[in-house]
Design a protein around this ligand. Structure first.
Ligand SMILES: Nc1ncnc2c1ncn2[C@@H]1O[C@H](COP(=O)(O)OP(=O)(O)O)[C@@H](O)[C@H]1O
Ligand SMILES: [Mg+2]
Length: 242
């Protein structure tokens, strides 16, 4: 089942009189349950691609089906709702709220939601369970500045999962971590992908993380390198397109 289906996606940024083309006709299909690494050098279009997949930005041209529904046809409020309900984000700079402790940071997206609220006790139970899943049980009352980089990113991972999203987007989540910590963070995401069935799209410019990936999509200069047919679709395939 296709969760993300991008066809001919182009993105232009206009800066005064000049136009920067960040994506040039990207076709990409991501199935439910996949763990996909988008690999490319700085400036290749990774963040632009993830922002479009995450409905944080809209393409200049092309079509996007999210869970079978065209994204372009939704109005802005509807898009924000879809984003809240279906998508979790993990960022390079963690983006935690400094005055909140670990528990409060993780539960934050649920408090921001419209509609019926989950009872506080049930939410708290889920937060504590998820904090346990990512190895943060001893740190529940710590503020972000009392945590290491790896621990902060664990908070961000739990925060991305608390709303039970179908899709988690991680834009260079290991760029600010040392290599041993990066490996642990990737292993943790793979474990969550396998145990909870959450679909992950993870971007990086670090080829060292590639051996963890079950599917690698290479992006350069706003284009995705062609992939061998079939190989790219099957979960578990590592595609090394040149
Ligand atoms: N908001 C923006 N305004 C203008 N140009 C941008 C903007 N965001 C990205 N770009 C340009 O688009 C290209 C792709 O950028 P980006 O998606 O951030 O790449 P990556 O995440 O792989 O480093 C780069 O040339 C970058 O300078
Ligand atoms: Mg980027």
């Amino acid at each position: 089942m296709n969760l993300v289906e991008l066809r001919g996606i182009t993105k232009d940024y206009r800066l005064g009189r000049t136009t920067v083309t960040a994506l040039r006709g990207v076709d990409l299909v991501i199935q439910k349950g996949e763990f996909t690494v988008v690999m490319g050098p700085s400036g290749s279009g990774k963040s632009t691609l993830l922002n479009i997949i995450g409905c944080l930005d809209q393409p200049t041209a092309g079509s996007y089906l999210l869970d079978g529904v065209p994204v372009g046809e939704r109005d802005f409020d509807k898009l924000a709702e879809v984003r809240n309900r279906k998508i979790g984000f993990i960022f390079q700079l963690f983006n935690l709220i400094p005055v909140l402790d670990v528990i409060e940071n993780i539960e934050f997206p649920c408090l921001m939601r419209k509609g019926e609220r989950e009872p506080a006790s049930s939410l708290r139970r889920r937060v504590e369970e998820l904090a346990g899943d990512v190895g943060l049980t001893p740190f529940l009352k710590h503020k972000p500045d009392e945590l290491s980089g790896g621990q902060r990113q664990r908070v961000a991972i739990a925060r991305a999962l608390i709303t039970r999203p179908e899709l988690v987007l991680a834009d260079e989540p290991t760029a600010n971590l040392d290599s041993a910590t990066s490996e642990q963070i990737i292993e943790l995401m793979l474990k969550l992908n396998q145990e909870k069935g959450v679909t992950f799209v993870f971007s990086t410019h670090d080829p060292r993380v590639m051996h963890h990936a079950r599917r690698v999509v290479h992006i350069a200069d706003g284009k995705i390198a062609p992939q061998a047919d079939g190989e790219a679709r099957s979960p578990g395939a590592v595609t090394r397109a040149v």
